[in-house]
Ligand binder design. Sequence first.
Ligand code: PMP
Length: 406
Amino acid sequence: MFDLAKIRDDFPILSRKVHGQPLVYFDNAATSQKPIAVINSITDYYDRYNSNVHRGVHTLSGEATDAYEGARAQIGRWFGITDPGEVILLRGATEALNLVANTIAGELKRGDVILVGETEHHANIVPWQQLESRLGVTVVPVPVDSTGMLDLKAAKTLCEKHPVAVIAIGHVSNAIGALNDVEGFIALAKENSAYSVIDGAQAAPHMLVNVKNLQADFYAVSAHKCCGPTGIGVLFGRRELLERLPPWQGGGDMIDRVSFSGTTYNELPWKFEAGTPNIADTIGFSAALRYLESIDFAAAIAHENRVHEYLIDSMLNRNTVDVLGNPERWVSVCSFNVKGSHPTDVGTLLDQLGVAVRTGHHCAMPTMEYFGLPGTVRASIAFYNSIEEVDRFLDALDRVTGMLSS
Ligand code: PMP
């Protein structure tokens, strides 16, 4: 049984007040809150065994290395990956996507086309655009349809017309919450001998993702959206590709031997992890995944989907708001505007009533351009949110709407 009250007690921040009101935290797409188990795992590391990992001969370094590499194994297992060489620990989804763009750059040739979803986060657009002038490749958007889903049929047509070398797609769009047909896009990439690159930052917090079964070439995840700490994320990549591709950053840990007559590189995954890694937060991320396991993640997600559905139904029935998109498969997010009001005004007034939402372009300016909007208000749900919080949010929204129209 999913015991929401018990779950909420695990998140100390959820009981705080903002402007004298109980907090309603609906900014989960920006970052999730952290359970006490994650906070404790980080302080425990610094309290008891803080030390640099790898090559240390003393006890603390051994303990830190075991915890760090154990965390890697745990993170891999959660996502269906058993080979630790395919689990590259990085700063976040942004760094993961930049790593992919910069390492497969050497395999691209002038005239190649990179298909990028029109609804991508800037982290899955700009690294590809940066290759355009450097390599003479072209970024072509995969169009979004009016519901907010990326159009697989249109992508097929683009593949018939262009020499497509990469298909880079978000699993779930952060500005709309559309769950895209990633399986279809990955299959399309395979048919065209193109690399498939999936930005999973907004999917991993809301569903169990088995990266092995998806068979994407690369899959990027961000810990801080999954109840883990900031500054840590993962790039999953297929071993044979990662072995072939050159390292991105150079420095300690990523080498085998360094000499002025020639340097050789470490094996996977360390070849892609130059410098001292984010040890504490890697341990924190694995604590987050252990926590999700302990609460019965499937039951938590079923609850979250009920809360999200209730939010969406309530918002679609309100004639004072316009909701962005209406995708067939919809996750966590409700992006909207109050008719005749600027999103920043709505968000600022909601905050006065204790409700935390995000406003603006959500790092997805092309999505806003497609819908002809400067931005939206985005409410995004996590499994620790409740139906009562949706009701409080709706009351607050009605009050704000009244204030702005008077
Ligand atoms: N992609 C998507 C879809 C996102 O929502 C985000 C975070 N807003 C990112 C990438 C960037 O992730 P990170 O914060 O881990 O760099």
